[in-house]
Design a protein around this ligand. Structure first.
Ligand code: ADP
Length: 365
């Protein structure tokens, strides 16, 4: 495919200047068009947008600044680079030209080499900008398709998964019970199906939170009480880790009890998962200016500093020891859920010493 020569619009009310520039541009392989005034220039640009405009400043009726401002306020035309041409050589004229949206400024009498060099530079910049925008648009579209596809798959997986769980549940509750081997296999299948279902719920919740479509039913509650409930919920799986609540409260805040319960359970479960047997997981609740702060601290593996910034991103996991079973979605859910309340979330951690995950929630509506 041959690339057409760049289309350049030359705007000047002096015929001699037009002829000079057009001759020069043709000689260098460009395809110049001309306009002898501001209004005509705008008409020409609208009927066929050029790749670049060489624009005289001093013209009767509509001067170059006005033409440029009109172009820059038009969504479809504002990306076309404008190079001003002028006999005015004061800094204030140049500043005015750039303020009007000009990309460059050439003083008359012009040198062909200079005009050519500047034209080339701005055409190249424009080409790169367009390429970048195209790539960006393509990436956005791919991202959108991927998200839609993930959403569709995850959404459609829930019904068959529920059926599978129900069927295995029925087998497990059969009377008289089946042989031990069969029960063991069914439990394995049941646990895996449960994990898959949790994952689909998490993915769907994350996409709902990202789209601002998750209902957040905020009511006044006590965060110490919420922490106690979360610790009780996790304690059967804590296997030898000490779970402590160091605040007595109450610490009233305004939050969706169900969502914050899930945030707390996620943080405590992680803390238990990454703490060695005999270790300690501590929840503390403290008051801040107009918020309440909850911190879940463990004395486990800790997280290397380079991961602190991205640990709340989707699918983010720390390689090695820390990468236990999971999909890297729990902290993303926590972040989105806390932010949906207008709160903040963060982590402080040192490898080998442990981690403290904290979040804040507004104490008033
Ligand atoms: P997952 O479901 O995979 O645990 P999360 O989003 O909850 O996903 O956590 C992401 C990653 O952050 C984990 O895989 C782990 O590497 C790290 N992480 C989270 N909590 C802790 C913790 N308390 N101590 C050490 N590492 C942690």
């Amino acid at each position: 495919m041959t690339i057409p020569p760049p289309n350049i619009l030359v705007v000047d009310d002096t015929l001699a200047n037009l002829q000079l520039l057009v001759g020069m541009l043709k000689e260098r392989g460009y395809k110049p068009r001309v306009a002898s005034g501001g209004e005509l220039a705008l008409q020409a640009v609208r009927s066929e947008p050029p790749d670049l405009i060489l624009l005289d400043i001093n013209m009767p009726d509509m001067d170059g600044y006005q033409v440029c401002e009109a172009l820059k306020s038009d969504e479809k035309l504002k990306e076309i680079p404008v190079i001003f041409l002028s006999a005015l050589n004061e800094t204030s004229d140049k500043v005015k030209a750039f303020r009007a949206g000009g990309a460059d400024y050439i003083t008359k009498p012009f040198q062909f080499e200079e005009v050519d060099a500047r034209v080339r530079t701005h055409l190249e910049l424009r080409r790169q900008r367009l390429e970048l925008k195209e790539n960006n648009d393509r990436l956005r579209e791919l991202e959108r398709l991927r998200d839609n596809l993930t959403h569709m798959i995850v959404h459609d997986m829930r019904t068959p998964l529920t059926v599978i769980l129900g069927a295995i549940g029925l087998m497990l509750s059969e009377n008289p019970p089946q042989k031990e081997g069969a029960v063991k296999t069914q439990r394995l299948a049941h646990n895996s199906a449960l994990k898959l279902k949790e994952m689909t719920t998490q993915l769907l919740d994350i996409s709902r939170l990202e789209a601002g479509q998750m209902p957040v039913n905020r009511t006044e509650g006590d965060l110490v009480q919420a922490a106690r409930i979360a610790l009780d919920f996790v304690s059967p799986a804590a296997a030898g880790r000490n779970l402590l609540l160091t605040s007595t409260g109450p610490f009233p805040a305004v939050f969706d009890a169900e969502l914050i319960h899930r945030v707390l359970v996620n943080l405590v479960t992680n803390a238990v998962k990454f703490t060695h047997a005999g270790g300690e997981v501590k929840i503390s609740v403290t008051r801040e200016a107009s918020a309440v702060r909850v911190a879940v601290a463990d004395d486990g593996a800790g997280i290397p500093p380079e991961h602190h910034g991205k640990i709340f991103d989707k699918f983010s996991q720390v390689e090695g020891e820390n990468k236990k079973l999971g999909a890297g979605l729990g902290l993303t859910f926590c972040k989105l859920a806390v932010e949906a309340h207008g709160g903040r979330i963060g982590v402080e951690s040192e490898v080998g010493k442990g981690s403290t995950f904290w979040f804040t929630l507004p104490s008033e509506k």
